[in-house]
Ligand binder design. Structure first.
Ligand code: ZN
Ligand code: ZN
Length: 169
């Protein structure tokens, strides 16, 4: 869905939309969408910029970095972003992004594609380190069992990497 400047000149726009898994391209990401994604947003013109604010709600699934089991990542994210026309940058040679303006998006052509906004926000909301639960015990560095499920009798000097056992083979 394209949010155009032309339409926003007439009125501000309230959108609510649902994206089923597969509708947004997360192929490159290390998670998958586990249920419908809903977004509610308001778009309006702010000078030459298109301002979009709203809320995204979705459940994601990924592999736990510690135990390699399934990790659920619930996402509830508010966003409020200005989008600036791309052609304006090309024109203003002295254009610089001020430090407090790092969260500025850009659009080229008619307007902003809502799916791009949503996709980007979802990618930003996934933590660098994914764990199935904060106290996940990970894999035993010696025998490789999932220590959330099984106890083993290995004596371990504690090693941090859940992949340490691979080195012993
Ligand atoms: Zn885990
Ligand atoms: Zn063990």
């Amino acid at each position: 869905m394209l949010i155009t400047r032309q339409e926003l000149e007439l009125h501000r726009l309230t959108v609510s939309k649902t994206y089923l898994p597969g509708a947004l391209d997360f192929q490159e990401a290390k998670f998958r969408q586990a249920g419908p994604l809903t977004v509610g947003a308001v778009a309006e013109l702010a000078g030459r910029e298109i301002r979009i604010r709203g809320h995204i709600s979705v459940r994601l699934e990924a592999v736990c970095d510690r135990c390699l089991d399934r990790a659920k990542i619930p996402v509830e994210r508010d966003f409020d972003l200005p989008y600036r026309p791309m052609e304006e940058i090309a024109r203003e040679e002295e254009f610089e992004i001020a430090e407090d303006e790092l969260e500025v998006g850009f659009f080229s052509g008619e307007g902003v594609n809502l799916a791009d906004v949503v996709r980007e926000q979802v990618l930003l909301s996934v933590p660098m380190k994914i764990v199935c639960r904060p106290d996940c015990l990970g894999l035993c560095p010696v025998c490789g069992v999932n220590r959330n499920i099984e106890h083993c009798s290995c004596s371990t000097q504690h090693e941090d990497s859940p992949f340490a056992f691979l080195r012993k083979k």
